[in-house]
Design a protein. Structure first.
Length: 338
């Protein structure tokens, strides 16, 4: 493989604790950073200037989500609370109880009218104005993944034993793919055709929501904790250790085919994400290495290394830049040249 070009950051901002979550505002102008010490930093994306910082949660911040209009930011914490913050002022404007020990996943519906949260075995959905829309049935175990379908009326979940589909407002399971394993990751293809679940037992399940068929990918070197689809729903990247396994869902799909293996990392992967609108994949590892791959020819386009393990990465909404967070709280922004 071509070695690639070294990727230099536009700016670096020091932090205090492990970066738990990174997310750009919908317009890409700012970047929200969640830390394990409970603080949120709101940074100007071009320069890294801190616009405001708040001690948001008593323990740690597990998840962040901007509202689709960019007006406010939701944070979910290990204190079991969801807090709403004004993006402009940084003032807290609302607080919700997650009904669990920690609020782990926050996702907005595609139409921007409501958001959902999982905490322990509980799932709730709220309208944008804060009114609770739905309290889902208690799950069999801790919910490890949450995703809306494109109709903004159905939610997918993963926990021990399978992938389940619920209609918001109802109690029954509409669709269920059972698998006797602990699911630890969930990724829904952008066209809402396939849902992938990464498992503790070093396997991955991919379910076709149209035909109800499923594929079982086994033989990973470890628990499959990282999953990412490209915007065209063709490529599914997955990782169970330091290798990245990429499955091609074009034409007849990956059944019976050999996946692409990318193996330049020397330690376990922390995060994966495709650059918006492309088949370029960014991978962040506990080896401190960031790699930008071109999937079509398994080529390394760029790379960047840090002395600390990487914990999270996030693409600018238009793919113009990539933000990375480290285990010691540092945040770096790398502008894309291509």
């Amino acid at each position: 493989m071509t070695p690639g070009t070294h990727w230099s950051p536009d700016w670096i901002r020091e932090g205090t604790e492990y970066v738990m979550a990174l997310t750009f505002s919908p317009d890409g102008a700012t970047l929200a950073v969640a830390q394990a010490d409970g603080f949120i930093r709101h940074l100007e994306a071009t320069t890294g200037t801190c616009l405001w910082e708040r001690e948001a949660h008593e323990y740690g911040v597990a998840t962040l989500a901007f509202s689709p209009d960019g007006g406010f930011l939701l944070s979910g914490g290990q204190d079991g609370l969801i807090r709403q913050w004004s993006v402009e002022s940084g003032h807290q404007t609302a607080e919700y109880i997650a009904l669990g020990h920690w609020a782990e996943h926050l996702v907005w519906s595609p139409d921007g009218q409501c958001w959902a949260v999982s905490a322990g075995r509980q799932i709730q959905a709220f309208r944008a104005d804060g009114q609770r829309l739905w309290l889902g049935p208690e799950q069999a175990s801790t919910v490890t993944g949450l995703a809306w379908l494109e109709d903004s009326q159905h939610l997918l979940t993963t926990c021990y034993g399978g992938i389940r589909l619920f209609r918001v407002g109802g109690r029954e399971i509409i669709l269920q793919h059972e698998w006797k394993a602990s699911f630890i990751a969930l990724a829904l293809s952008p066209d809402c055709r396939h849902v992938a679940g990464g498992c503790q037992d070093a396997s991955m399940i991919v379910c076709d929501l149209l035909t109800k068929e499923r594929l079982i990918m086994s033989g990973y070197a470890g628990k499959v904790a990282n999953l990412a689809w490209d915007d065209h729903s063709r490529y599914l990247a997955s990782s169970g250790n330091n290798e990245i396994i990429v499955w091609d869902f074009a034409d007849d799909g990956p059944s019976g085919s050999t996946p692409l293996t990318l193996d330049r990392h020397v330690d376990r992967l922390s995060d994966l994400a495709f650059r918006p609108g492309t088949s370029q994949l960014a991978s962040a590892g506990q080896d401190g290495l960031l790699i930008l791959w071109q999937i079509a020819d398994a080529r390394i386009i760029r790379f960047h290394s840090t002395p600390q393990p990487l914990s999270r990465l996030a693409w600018h909404p238009r793919g113009q830049a990539l933000a990375i967070g480290t285990a010691d709280g540092e945040v770096r922004l790398l502008r894309n040249q291509a």
